[in-house]
Design a protein around this ligand. Sequence first.
Ligand code: ACM
Length: 384
Amino acid sequence: MKTTNTSEPWRVGVLFSRTGFMAVIEETQLRGTLTAIDEINNAGGVNGRPLEAIVYDPGSDSRAFGRYAKRLMVEDGVNTIFGCYTSSSRKAVLPVVERLNGLLWYPTLYEGFEFSSNVIYTGATPNQNSVELCRILMELYGPRVFFVGSDYVYPRESNRIMRELIRSSGGSVVGECYVRLGASRNEFLPVLREVKRAQPDVIFSTVVGDGTVFLYQCYADLGLNPKVMPIASLTTTEAEIRAMGYDVGEGHITAAPYFQGIGNERNSAFVRRYKKRYGDDEPTNMCLEASYFQVNLFAKTLEQTNSMDTEVQRTSVMGSEIHAPQGEIAINPIWGHADLWTRVGRANRQGQFDLVFESQSCVRADPYLLGYGRHVGQRSLEVA
Ligand code: ACM
């Protein structure tokens, strides 16, 4: 193992959009990343050396993620990158980190069915969110589901999985519409008129970014009622709810490993520190939380290895555990994906989620749905 006797910073790359239609959520991931880096540095850094973030703004353009990843690795000499929300941006970074042997830490839920030894996946896979969400939607609202998505890989693939889950539970997909990434508010109105005509029991949204805000606002404009036909999602967090308005978000359903309101002391302290830094009105969310805990996991690994070498880092992080704000989580050594908690919440008038379901422990990542979402702890807790 290479040991170094230096106070030089450990340089890492950070790629999240601060501008464009994805900034509503990616800005919070940037904040989660920088908060963790600052906290680590304020506590003395890693083995006496501070972390230094080299940050670029890809402006919600997937190809720019690929270009900046290359710049980070070739010009800035960085091999560890924290970044990406959309699966299309991850897929633009993937060939860069694979060719140049870097390590991307990816803190966003995604469609699964991917493995790269150059990526650590710390967001949820379908067995950690879609499986339980499907069961709850069938039970609480009914079997007829309408899909609305942004038009790129995550929504198309996520819907393919959700369709299988719905059909195997005896339900049906009564409509499916996609709206381009970066669409304006007007582009959601015809979609919702079609939803209204189809009269499903529930809408499953895989819309992301500003599109989420527009979708829910158009839904409210048409006078649709979340008590009867809610929008259910894997991507609508406290950040998008804040942007759309708490009254607009109220009553809709999201499945996520983390909500701001979950009651444990570690999370309460995390939320307090975050709000002190960014303001009382700024909520935390699942993507921010994953961005935060993955930097801490990286730092824990770096402390043990004292090496930024990709193979050394990767080998050491496999199987490691950390107390995240969501609870205790681990990196699954088979898949390099995080074992995460499953939670389903309903948004309330305060822009927070009331829990409908919570697993009793973290759920093993199963990105290829081989075991169809078996829980690590045998039993799950039904909250309401
Ligand atoms: C996503 O594009 N992985 C949300």
